[in-house]
Design a protein around this ligand. Structure first.
Ligand code: SAH
Ligand code: DHB
Ligand code: MG
Length: 223
């Protein structure tokens, strides 16, 4: 199997299972026009996040890493009209593009984008005693996943879930010769997930239009 086959099968899944969607399509178009990198989740991954949020009955979702708001639109649509999605983004231009995309998708009143370094924004939410979140999606710089985990856990309700994107990175996570910051960060992220007895975690590899990667899914116990 190669990238071409993965692309073709992802295309088949999306064509069969996902309805055409103007707001999502135009979010990707306007992101491309603004020069954003196309590192958003794929459509079927977006729908996976949306289904997880809905199955979990999420009312408050925290996203770390907004880009053009593509994954945010998918998840925000899982929320009731009284729900809240807060997405954190370091780049003000990305945040602008994302806000416009969220507004065009009709999600302007449930979703908001905060601009700044995610660790600082997370500390701010902790300091202001933000209402706990039901679900956190970690998808910003991979080297900081350990920090994002520690801070997210202070914002997550008991029984809440954390999904992290890009935890496989084409298998580089277990390459002993790879000492890139992102990869080192991901390995530490796994050690932390494994050693915290309040957490129950799995990780899945994925192939598809975004290459070979994966996500982890963690639940914080209610004890
Ligand atoms: N979740 C998006 C993709 C996010 S890409 C989607 O699937 O549609 C990662 C994003 O994280 C980029 O927009 C990048 O600017 C942002 N980012 C990187 N480092 C960050 C940091 N330290 N704090 C906040 N955001 C950061
Ligand atoms: C990168 C970041 C992502 O969140 C992603 O899904 C793919 C690639 C990156 O920084 O290369
Ligand atoms: Mg990602």
């Amino acid at each position: 199997m190669d990238q071409e086959s993965w692309d073709a099968l992802d295309h088949f899944f999306c064509e069969q299972l996902l309805s055409p969607d103007l707001a999502l399509d135009s979010a990707l178009e306007s992101s491309a026009e603004a020069g954003l990198r196309s590192i958003n989740v794929s459509p079927n991954q977006g729908k996976f996040l949306q289904l997880l949020a809905r199955i979990h009955g999420a009312r408050r979702i925290l996203e770390i890493g907004t880009l053009g708001g593509y994954s945010a639109i998918w998840m925000a649509r899982a929320l009731p009209s009284s729900g809240t999605l807060i997405s954190l983004e370091i780049d003000p231009q990305n945040a602008e593009v994302a806000r416009a995309n969220l507004a065009r998708a009709g999600m302007g009143s449930v979703a908001s984008v905060l601009v700044g370094t995610a660790t600082e924004l997370l500390k701010g939410l902790i300091d202001e005693r933000a209402e706990p979140f039901d679900m956190v999606f970690i998808d910003a710089d991979k080297k900081s996943y350990p920090d994002y985990l520690l801070l997210s856990l202070q914002l997550l309700r008991p029984g809440g879930i954390i999904v992290a994107d890009n935890v496989a990175r084409g298998g580089r996570v277990i390459d002993p010769d790879n000492h890139e910051d992102d990869i080192v960060g991901l390995r530490k992220f796994f050690r932390m997930l494994a050693s915290d007895t309040r957490l129950s975690t799995t990780a899945m590899q994925t192939v598809g239009s975004k290459g070979w990667d994966g996500f982890s899914l963690t639940r914080l116990s209610t004890e």
